[in-house]
Design a protein around this ligand. Structure first.
Ligand code: WT7
Length: 635
């Protein structure tokens, strides 16, 4: 028997060593014993980070939905697979059993087929957190179509860019969505997006909010009647191990989002194995991850990882503040949640509110608390530990990325002793390295460096859709033969890792990964604006907030500044979404630039963070005089 479920620290070290000494033998054993295959692999791993190319389980054939659904039907057919908790607490929760999930996914798969969707086609899913979203994702996987889920908080512009980049012909959406006390006109956003995406020939619409929407003839159809007529069984498409499973976009240091491509077998094996261990999932547990399926956290740890383990996974449509700040804890009590996985920004927001919201509810079912998306600060860690976990539930601070597919550095609860703000130890099979400025690996402990991974793991993204060169440049060119994460990290005396934050032009705001370039591009499209620079600064709830330095064109000089600020944020909302709005906007006459014309963001970051006592070396600047002006008018 392989070490599928790690139970104590000695075992962790022993299994870790095994996984590093002979990765192929290790992962082969895990894959062999815990999944169903139509055909076994010819080779476990082929890789070359120089190309770069990574292939796991080549030659194997499978369908991931057979692993996530069908194989559970005999033993867990009546067990709840997805527990849907609606936005409105007065609306009843929905328990979708594995048998029902099988039928719903089959019907949806058959509807997609009728719409002409074939293996390898891309399907854009722009849906709120309702069961149809989960069903649509799995239905794509059933027929070998590549799903591209776009978070339903993104704007029409962002949606259109993503549809066009992966050339989707079909979009699944809903008439609208509920978000706390608000409703959002999703279909209106889709209609607008499709003005710039003429390739889309079919839009299937879920009725969620019963609103009177515009249906374009020949293109738009209500989904429900199609599902009603569809056959409730669908033979799964047999996929090769390295066939793409999905595309998920993440922002980067240029304006264009990166469509990260994840493939089938390795992704399945790694997400399932990490889920089992990092949440110590036991058969009758109720597991809840509060993320949206529009992000990688939802893909890997609401859907694929839990379902591959036959788990009950909660899917929550709402927000933490509606109808009041006790909503999360009410749901934990109501469904007796055992593992709860959320983001530091949510914890910080709730920690600001009255403690009664937490104390009112019985949280004794909780066994494991998770955190993801950004560094969790010490204060938030303690609040989570004391008030939610009552010091009884270990906190797993899980570090990973859209690109890594699964959790990379994390404690294993009840196994790894935790330390606030430390993601602690690499998970089984993960080989981190810290690099110094000269590109050399630092072997010592108690040091800071740039975080790389020096050996492939099964769920690493294989490419950027349509742009393998960008994939190489972004992740494999900074350090030879290593995957570069874009993060900085500290390694302490016992080998624990603390992630210190991004070292590139990505800013994590409320756990959302935002590139500065796309925001600057959006602002610069405003007719009154010549140039802009975005930096992050500390914010007590969001972790980081955005500070924009904006240079006006001469024609903009006479304009009302407050109106301009509103228009800038409007512009950002339209191009990206409200999550990328700026907290502070400062109009400046120039930006500090190096002689080669690069904006010195380091200085702008310090000014925005009010850390102006030591601005560092400014001697290489082309225009040092501008700094004084910027500092005088900051905040
Ligand atoms: C970036 C990846 C992985 C799912 C959600 C975000 C930051 C993520 C942690 C953590 C410190 C973290 C990193 C990373 N990050 N988790 N536990 N501690 N930082 O996925 O949008 O691809 O963002 O989020 O900076 O590189 P993503």
């Amino acid at each position: 028997m392989s070490n599928y479920h790690i139970k104590h620290l000695e075992e962790y070290y022993q299994v870790y060593r095994k996984s590093v000494r002979n990765p192929e033998a290790f992962w082969e054993e895990i894959a062999e014993e815990h999944f169903v295959w139509r055909k076994k692999w010819d080779s476990v791993l082929n890789w070359d980070f120089k190309k770069p190319e990574v292939k796991w389980f080549e030659g194997a054939q499978l369908n991931i939905t057979e692993n996530c659904i069908d194989r559970h039907l005999t033993t867990r057919g009546d067990k709840t697979a997805i527990l849907f908790e609606p936005n409105n607490p007065k609306e009843e929760a929905l328990h979708i059993t594995y048998s029902q999930l099988h039928e719903r996914v089959s019907k949806m798969a058959n509807v997609l087929k009728e719409q002409g969707v074939k293996k390898g086609d891309r399907v854009c899913i722009y849906l709120p957190m309702i069961p149809e979203l989960a069903v649509a994702v799995l239905a794509c996987a059933r027929i070998g179509a590549i799903h591209s889920v776009v978070f339903a908080g993104f704007s029409s512009n962002a949606l259109s860019t993503r549809i066009n980049d992966s050339d989707c012909k079909i979009v699944l959406t809903s008439d609208g969505s509920y978000r706390g006390a608000k409703t959002i006109d999703l279909k209106g956003i889709v209609d607008k997006a499709l003005e710039d995406s003429p390739g889309v020939t079919s839009v299937l619409v879920v009725n969620r909010i019963n609103s009177d929407i515009n249906m374009k003839e020949g293109r738009d159809q209500w989904l429900q009647p199609l599902l009603d007529d569809a056959y409730g069984d669908c033979v799964p498409e047999i996929m090769n191990a390295e066939d793409p499973l999905f595309i998920l976009y993440t922002s980067g240091s240029t304006g264009k989002p990166k469509g990260m491509v994840h493939t089938t077998a390795g992704y399945m094996v790694y997400t399932a194995y990490t889920f089992k261990n990092i949440f110590q999932y036991k058969e009758d547990d109720i597991y809840w991850c509060t993320a949206d399926i529009g992000w990688i956290t939802g893909h890997s740890y609401i859907l694929y990882g839990p379902l591959a383990n036959g788990a009950t996974t909660v899917m929550f449509e709402g927000v933490p503040s509606y109808p009041d700040y006790g909503r999360f804890w009410e749901v934990v009590e109501k469904h007796k949640v055992n593992q709860f996985y959320t983001a530091p920004t949510a914890i910080r927001a709730l920690a600001k509110e009255n403690l009664e919201y937490v104390e009112k509810y019985d949280l004794s079912s909780l066994k494991v608390l998770g955190s993801v998306g950004e560094p969790i600060n010490e204060e938030a860690w303690h609040w989570y530990n004391n008030n939610v976990g009552k010091k009884q539930s270990p906190i797993v601070d899980t570090w990973w990325q859209t690109e890594t597919g699964g959790i990379m550095i994390s404690p294993i609860p009840y196994v790894t002793p935790t330390t606030p703000t430390f993601a602690t130890l690499p998970f089984i099979g993960i080989q981190p390295a810290l690099m110094d400025e000269n590109g050399k690996e630092i072997k010592d402990n108690q040091i800071d460096g740039r975080l790389c991974i020096k050996f492939p793991w099964p769920s690493i993204a294989r490419t950027i859709w349509g742009n393998h060169e960008r994939y190489r440049d972004t992740y494999f060119s900074a350090y030879e033969n290593k995957y570069f994460t874009g993060d900085g990290a500290h390694r302490d005396a016992v080998g624990y890792y603390r992630i210190t934050g991004r070292v590139d032009d990505v800013i994590i705001v409320s756990g959302h990964n935002l590139g500065t370039a796309p925001i600057e591009d959006a602002i610069n499209e405003h007719p009154a604006i010549a140039e802009s620079a975005i930096v992050g600064f500390p914010h007590d709830v969001k972790g980081n907030a955005l500070y924009g330095y904006v240079i006006l064109k001469e024609t903009g000089e006479g304009r009302d500044r407050d109106n301009l600020k509103k228009e800038i944020n409007q512009q950002i909302t339209e191009h990206i979404g409200p999550i990328a709005k700026l907290d502070k906007i400062q109009f400046v006459s120039g930006l500090p630039k190096t002689r080669s014309g690069k904006i010195m963001r380091r200085i702008l970051r310090k000014i925005a963070s009010k850390e102006t006592s030591n601005l560092g070396d400014t001697s290489t600047l082309l225009n040092p005089e501008v700094i004084k002006e910027i500092m005088e008018n900051a905040f």
